[in-house]
Design a protein around this ligand. Structure first.
Ligand code: SF4
Ligand code: SF4
Length: 155
């Protein structure tokens, strides 16, 4: 996000890591952001405007960028698909082919927006993969995570 913002000409002064419900496994961080999050994020805005809080020289992130893992969770249309095209229109990275409504595995970022937007509940990811993934992240994700604010000291 920082790199994209800078490429677009923004002067980046801070970053926020904000918790939201897991897009593929909604049993984690269910109902987030909640009231507490709202209060904390408002407080972050105050801190950014007033430049007050612990400062850091770099925003956290992976540089070089992490390689995309093969075999990610890519939604597919099921037999209930009525070929309305909404998923293709709503995909943020234009990964869905209009001929068959399958997603290009190289372009898909597994955000699950197409599943949310499908009016017929006709898009699914491999449920075996989802179950395995849920077990792998259970220990890390079943405890409440806090939002984090990072203020850049050199901006
Ligand atoms: S939104 Fe659902 S019903 Fe419409 S084309 Fe996509 S998968 Fe099919
Ligand atoms: S999961 Fe996200 S990126 Fe992948 S096809 Fe659906 S909307 Fe597009």
């Amino acid at each position: 996000m920082e790199d994209v913002a800078r490429e677009c000409g923004f002067n980046v002064i801070a970053g926020i890591s904000a918790v939201a419900r897991h897009s593929i496994m909604p049993q984690y961080a269910t109902n987030r952001p909640d009231k507490l999050d709202e209060e904390q994020l408002s407080n972050f805005v105050e801190c950014i405007l007033n430049r007050k809080n612990h400062k850091t020289s770099v925003l956290p992130g992976n540089r070089p960028y992490k390689k995309k893992m093969p075999g990610g969770m890519i939604p597919k249309p099921t037999k209930d698909c009525i070929q309305c095209g909404i998923c293709a229109k709503e995909c943020p990275v234009s990964a869905i082919y209009c001929e068959n409504y399958k997603a290009d595995s190289k372009t898909c970022i597994s955000c699950m927006r197409c599943i949310k937007k499908c009016p017929k509940n006709a898009r699914k990811v491999n449920q075996v993969l989802v179950s395995i993934g849920a077990m792998v992240i259970k220990k890390t994700c079943e405890v409440r995570k806090e939002n984090e604010l990072f203020l850049l000291s050199n901006e």
